[in-house]
Design a protein around this ligand. Structure first.
Ligand code: HAM
Length: 464
């Protein structure tokens, strides 16, 4: 031992002092960068970025939805992303999970309570009244909307905090034909998207008279077991016993399964309405299931309610891609004249999940221009400008890479044609055009580029 015992002890003590200090320091720097890098710039939980990689798919879906809407003569309506909080508690209902647990509510600088819309129907009904659409000559107003909605829910596959809905509302006519028009449109959408394994579930909640009778029946059913139910349910019992049925806490309690069914309490008028809906669906050969457990989670419904349920394993079995129903009291509740309404909304992320992941070759660009050298790049830019002006989708290499790298981009963009320009081509005032499908390559004079490409595409169409 070169050191005395005391010296050794000093060393150890120093080391234990120094080592942790270094560690803490290192940890601190680590967390400093970690926090700086993640917490500050991460997207909020339950939101997603739609990057160029999948935005094409979104655009395609949106276009298809717009096409179906035009097919049904439904026009677009756009309402604000935020509304007065009161609108949602009134329309959606202040005993619903959406209003009590899931809303993004905030005060603005003028101390108004505003809420990011959790759904679209309330805003449309508000705008219908505010814009006096009930006074328009066309009695049935059919509108659609598409855009982000916000609910503070536990994120999982197909469930987000900011998600998108495509919704349709048909206001002004109380006819079972309009209920069926909505269902037909919903079914057309899933079929047009090629989504399989879906089922249309329908039920009726009835009119005011039926619902009063049903409410009493529900209270009689739950009264003896009220103490076994969760606190929320006990509150719902007085305020809105129907909401007990969609309680997530008590879902497995056998008392739920044995609860009375809305369909057994329908008034004559409500029953006639529902029977007509069913017979119209039968006549049109639309498959459906009468699902007596279906009550929907929002308070404005009356009469017909429906859901489109998918068995696609990608979504998780029994996942609801869309839902809707009739809401005859809503417009009046919001201060408008008594106006019947019916509608539905699809969760667009869920539609997207249920879509097949086929690669679509048609998504490629028409032409990718590959210049080698500065002069070639000048020429390339002139060529893409000319081609774009003539309606072709094109792009070129700006990174100054060699042929190999540029061919890779051409591939990635799914280009139909590549135009290669090297030094010889610039001097000789021609380019090489390569068909990426047949791999044929031709020398084309500069002035002939447009007609060559046009001919190529016309040839393609003849081929089809
Ligand atoms: P909803 O059933 O609450 O109805 O929502 C409709 C659809 O939106 C659901 O079926 C689901 O696909 C999607 N969705 C709901 N919450 C989320 C979430 N957190 N993440 C992803 N997707 C979600 C309504 O909103 C009614 N306004 C529909 C309606 C229109 N009824 C009459 N007219």
């Amino acid at each position: 031992h070169l050191l005395s015992r005391r010296q050794r002890q000093m060393c150890i003590r120093d080391r234990t002092k120094v080592v942790p200090r270094i560690n803490v320091l290192r940890l601190r720097t680590f967390f400093y960068f970690y926090e700086g890098g993640t917490m500050k710039y991460n997207r909020p939980r339950g939101t997603v970025d739609i990057t160029p990689e999948n935005s094409e798919k979104w655009i395609e879906m949106e276009q298809l939805l717009r096409t179906v809407a035009a097919n049904y003569n439904v026009k677009e309506m756009r309402t604000p992303i935020f509304e007065h909080t009161e609108l949602f508690s009134r329309a959606v209902g202040d005993t619903t999970d959406v209003v009590t647990k899931e809303m993004y509510t905030f005060k603005d600088k003028g101390d108004r309570s505003l809420t990011l819309r959790p759904e679209g129907t309330a805003g449309i009904a508000r705008a219908y009244v505010e814009n006096k659409m009930y006074a328009l000559p066309e009695k049935l107003q059919k509108v659609y909307y598409m855009g982000p909605m916000f609910r503070y829910e536990r994120p999982q596959n197909g469930r987000q905090r900011q998600f998108h809905q495509f919704g349709v509302e048909m206001l002004g006519v109380e006819s079972p034909y309009v209920d069926v028009e909505c269902m037909l449109m919903a079914v057309t959408i899933v079929e047009a998207l090629g989504i399989k394994n879906i089922k249309l579930h329908i039920n009726s909640l009835g009119d005011d008279e039926s619902r009063t009778a049903y409410r009493e029946a529900l209270k009689n059913h739950f009264r003896p077991v009220l103490n076994d139910l969760c606190e929320d349910c006990q509150a719902r019992f007085e305020k809105n016993p129907l909401r007990i049925l969609d309680c997530k806490v008590d879902a497995k309690n056998p008392v739920m399964a044995s609860a009375p069914r809305t369909i057994d309490y329908l008034s004559e008028k409500a029953k006639a309405h529902f029977d007509k809906v069913c017979s119209l669906l039968d006549d049109l050969e639309i498959e459906y299931v009468v699902d007596t457990n279906l009550v929907r989670g929002l308070d404005y419904y009356s009469h017909t309610v429906f859901e489109i349920i998918s068995d696609d394993p990608k979504l998780g079995a029994g996942s609801t891609v869309g839902g809707g129903g009739r809401y005859n009291g809503l417009v009046e509740e919001l201060g408008g004249p008594a106006t019947p309404g019916v509608g539905f909304a699809f969760g667009m992320e869920r539609l997207m999940l249920a879509l097949d992941d086929e690669e679509d070759e048609e998504n490629g660009i028409d032409v990718y221009v590959m210049p080698l050298g500065d002069e070639a790049r000048d020429l390339a830019m002139q060529i893409i400008t000319m081609l774009r002006a003539n309606g072709f989708t094109c792009d070129m290499d700006y990174a100054g890479r060699g042929l190999k790298g540029q061919f890779k981009s051409s591939d990635r963009f799914g280009a139909h044609l590549s135009i290669i320009i090297g030094e010889d081509e610039v001097k000789g005032e021609y380019v090489n055009i390569r068909c990426n499908h047949s791999k044929e390559q031709s020398k084309v004079k500069l002035e002939d580029i447009l007609s060559y490409i046009e001919n190529h595409y016309e040839g393609d169409h003849e081929h089809e």
